[in-house]
Design a protein around this ligand. Sequence first.
Ligand SMILES: [Zn+2]
Ligand SMILES: [Zn+2]
Length: 149
Amino acid sequence: MHFKTGEFAMSEQKVSGSCLCRKVRYQITGNMGVFQYCHCSRCRKFTGSAHAANLFVSPADFSWSSGEDSVGRFDPEDTKYFATSFCKSCGSSLPWLSKSGNVVIIPAGTLDEDPGIRPSNNIFCGSRPDWYTSAGSLPEHEDMPPRKK
Ligand SMILES: [Zn+2]
Ligand SMILES: [Zn+2]
């Protein structure tokens, strides 16, 4: 799987992803749906980050390539839609099927290739924590900045 982005039409695109230890690998084919940042408190807990970066695809366009037996799942009792998946070896977030069963949510940080679409929305902004600061408003360094003495 070494397709270059842009080489194929959207409907023929294949994009792969994996967890940190690479035991679990998956592939998305077909149309990419919505790509958005979610600022809800559940996504914050699950990712441990300021917000989730989620891509939505049809279950028909998603498959595990390897390590499916290492995929854990957590279904909170109080949710209708939200669940989580994670690698049992390294703890990374992994794609999860919504409780409704009609969409797979891909944590974009697990992608190994460019999905070809870009985030278009911030949702649940009302749930942002007090410390939230937009990444774009902070100074940028190409890598680890020199230590201040
Ligand atoms: Zn892993
Ligand atoms: Zn969320």
